[in-house]
Ligand binder design. Sequence first.
Ligand code: NDP
Ligand code: ZN
Length: 179
Amino acid sequence: LASDSLPTLFKTLTFACEKHANQRRKDPAGTPYINHPIGVASLLVEGGVTDLVTLQAAVLHDTIEDTDTTADELETIFGPAVCHVVLECTDDMSLPSPERKLRQVAKAAHVSQRARLVKLADKLYNLRDLCRAVPVGWSPDRVQGYYHWAKQVTDQLLGASPFLDKQLADLYQNGTFTY
Ligand code: NDP
Ligand code: ZN
């Protein structure tokens, strides 16, 4: 990561902080939502990713899906490459949730290398979050269901990052989700 990338990365972080400012995660503590995109980008850094566009897309990956941010806005401010990766990581929220989940499985194998990295780190973060604290109102069956679905998605993304592959394999093998 070139040192002249840092201003761009911090501008991206500031944008995501503002967009997610009023959102909370689903854990009982109501953790600020921004912890998640920062954590996803952090997992990529830990895994040796230095591509600025990938790290920006990780920071922004839930802005279109979960805030009033538009693709045009991202393209204008951060450029078409970043916008493209974020769109690859964005579900069509006009569809019912079961349909969205099926589409993620169907689309996973066909996304770009940058999107594979962001999607892998996103699932790893969320699975670890589920291990850490069960979201409010979730039954053990629902946690288990998420786990099985996430594995269907990540199984098709393997090979993009040896580090993330290893972290996911450890998580799936340790069976933290057995109730
Ligand atoms: P999701 O299954 O989509 O919720 C998981 C998502 O919530 C994650 O992908 C993550 O997305 C985000 N998230 C926020 N906080 C946390 C956290 N602390 N830990 C992990 N993930 C977190 O929920 P929906 O509301 O969309 O659920 C709908 C689906 O759940 C339907 O398909 C339905 O069939 C199923 N369902 C199952 C039930 C059951 O008992 N089996 C009951 C009700 C619904 P992000 O990365 O975008 O933040
Ligand atoms: Zn996410």
